[in-house]
Write a protein that binds this ligand. Structure first.
Ligand code: NAP
Length: 542
């Protein structure tokens, strides 16, 4: 037993020496001075202050580039750094705004070593994609990364934060907050699980992220889960251009590429289409309950394995020659076939006040805007699956919602109707919205009971509108694609339109408008396109 302990000791000692040798190697080429300043109040978190001191002293033995000063938090020299918490460690505060609240202990030792190395060499080794994203940031970001010494995923987020703060010291500042040393801060930010990242007091990431996703979340100021590399190409040659990145378009991308075609998906707005704004999806096979955005992210990641995706790009024109030319706001594509999966956009009520107060209490997206109305009073207009699902969502997040529908019964699915009846949400039937009023914000709505013909006013803070969708057929019409009397794209059972080489799929075709039906149509269209390109029916007709 004694022998065993002895050999374990020797082993530990050897590992320590090896680690030290590696650090010496890592630090020996350092060129920059690295001023470190510890601000600490005796009697407050002494254990952490001592740990920080000890770590800095041991690292100073490995490189002479570190200078180390220590002040009491109340010292006048400390005042200029506005530090409140003991201990606070500042990294080169004349050049960067990087501070550590607590001590780099345990797993966080890795982050500290990275910080020294990045500051010492004056480079972050940030990849090109991340650099591009960081360059887009044009206003201040104050990052807080909550970490704990026992969390193995935390260094990744802390290092991402360091890279951002070192690359853009003009706009980005960073606090790495050890939750064990700062339990009151952890509680204030509900950082019970780490790592968590806030930017300008807004939660932008939970869990570790790859570098590009961290930078993207920082740029967009909300958690990003899919990273799509940007393309600079001005001309793209491909087999199939899919217009629309909803379930139909994304599924078509997967199927087309798996058939051997080169496929690209172009989306002008949010990927996922309407699904991205759906609070919960409960009828996608295999997923009992999934957030709409989460489902979209899964689809986008899957599609990216096969097809190139061009988000934020609008198709302006299509010339139906051979090859077909597709002109977008960013570039030009040439392709053998085009799939129109342009989906549908929300319908409006067309009542007085709707346009003027849009974005000021009038909204079409409960997932996006619902949280702004927590504790407030709103109406949800509509009687279909969307209105009912979204009213339930608002009720769940603490919004006081009344469902207003123009008929004497809802048209939503039976189980949704049961859910809303059980929820206690008041449902007002036979009622139409006549006007939306308010000075700068929605204040009241005028309602008409179409049975009694009486109008009355209801005071509300917001009005959510979910009265269905209209197919997005402008582009189709522009290029001469035939439209049905109901306004959808006319197509045959192989999703061919009247123009050879141009196909359609998803909500723009009408039908049941479900996520699975859109995905199904996308897959059918892609397979039909593959077969047609192998054996073009239009050439036979010629
Ligand atoms: P929808 O089924 O077309 O329903 C639209 C609702 O808005 C109807 O109740 C309609 O009233 C009402 N409406 C239309 N124009 C109006 C106006 N000018 N003023 C007042 N009310 C008006 O649309 P949706 O609910 O958005 O659903 C669209 C598609 O997505 C459907 O196929 C639906 O099944 C699907 N979806 C499914 C789920 C799910 O499965 N959980 C969730 C969301 C959406 P009338 O009843 O009088 O026509």
């Amino acid at each position: 037993m004694a022998d065993h302990n002895h050999s374990e000791h020797i082993h530990d000692h050897e590992q320590e020496l090896q680690a030290q040798a590696e650090l010496i190697r890592l630090f020996e080429g350092i060129t920059n001075k690295i001023p470190l300043i510890l601000l600490a109040n005796p009697g407050k978190n002494d254990l952490f202050s001592q740990a920080a001191r000890k770590l800095i002293r041991s690292v100073r033995e490995l490189t002479d580039k570190i200078t180390f000063l220590e002040f009491d938090l109340n010292h006048k020299k400390a005042k200029k750094w506005n530090a409140e918490y003991s201990p606070t460690l500042l990294f080169d505060p004349e050049r960067y705004s990087i501070r550590w609240l607590g001590a780099p202990m345990g797993e966080e030792g890795r982050t500290f070593v990275e910080a020294i190395s990045m500051l010492g060499y004056g480079r972050t080794d940030l990849n090109e994609e991340s650099k591009k994203i960081l360059q887009k940031i044009d206003s201040r970001r104050h990052i807080k990364v909550f970490v704990s010494p026992t969390c193995p995923y935390c260094p990744q987020q802390a290092v991402n934060g360091l890279k951002a703060a070192i690359e853009r010291p003009d706009l980005i500042s960073l606090e790495i907050i050890d939750v064990q040393a700062n339990p009151e801060l952890a509680e204030r930010y509900s950082a019970q699980s780490v790592p968590q990242v806030y930017a300008n007091e807004k939660l932008i990431a939970v869990g570790a992220q790859q570098e590009e996703l961290f930078m993207l979340s920082l740029e967009k100021m909300e958690q990003q889960t899919v990273f799509i590399p940007e393309s600079d190409a001005s001309e793209v040659e491909t087999d199939l251009v899919i217009i629309g990145g909803g379930p139909a378009g994304l599924t078509a991308g997967i199927y087309a590429a798996r058939s051997g075609l080169r496929a690209v998906v172009i989306e002008k707005d949010a990927l996922g289409g309407q699904v991205a704004n759906t609070p919960v999806v409960e009828n996608y096979p295999g997923l009992t309950q999934v957030g709409g955005k989460a489902l979209v992210d899964l689809m986008v990641s899957h599609a990216l394995e096969y097809a190139k995706i061009f988000p934020g790009e609008e198709v302006m024109d299509i010339s139906t020659d051979d090859p077909i030319e597709i002109v977008t706001t960013r570039r030009r594509f040439s392709a053998k076939a085009v799939l129109l999966a342009t989906g549908a956009r929300h319908r409006t009520l067309d009542v007085l006040g709707e346009t003027r107060l849009s974005g000021h209490g009038v909204t079409y997206c409960s997932t996006c805007d619902g949280p702004l109305f927590k504790g407030k009073k709103v109406i949800m207009v509509g009687g279909g699956d969307s209105a009912v699902t979204e009213a339930l969502h608002l009720n769940n997040i603490g919004v006081e919602v009344t469902l207003v529908h123009r008929r004497d019964q809802l048209r939503a699915q039976e189980h949704l109707i049961k859910r809303i009846m059980d929820s206690g949400i008041s449902v007002v039937l036979n009622t139409e919205v006549k006007e939306i009023r308010g000075n700068k914000q929605v204040e009241e709505v005028e309602l008409l009971n179409n049975v009694t013909n009486k109008t009355y006013t209801l005071n509300v803070d917001g009005i959510f509108i979910a009265v269905g969708y209209m197919p997005a057929v402008e582009l189709a019409k522009k290029i001469g694609v035939e439209i049905t009397p109901e306004g959808f794209i006319k197509h045959d059972s192989r999703h061919r339109t009247n123009i050879p080489g141009i196909y359609s799929a998803g909500d723009v075709e009408g039908g049941f408008k479900q996520i699975v039906t859109a995905a199904g149509q996308g897959s059918e269209a892609a397979l039909a396109i593959f077969e047609d390109l192998m054996n073009p029916y239009w050439k036979k007709e010629d």
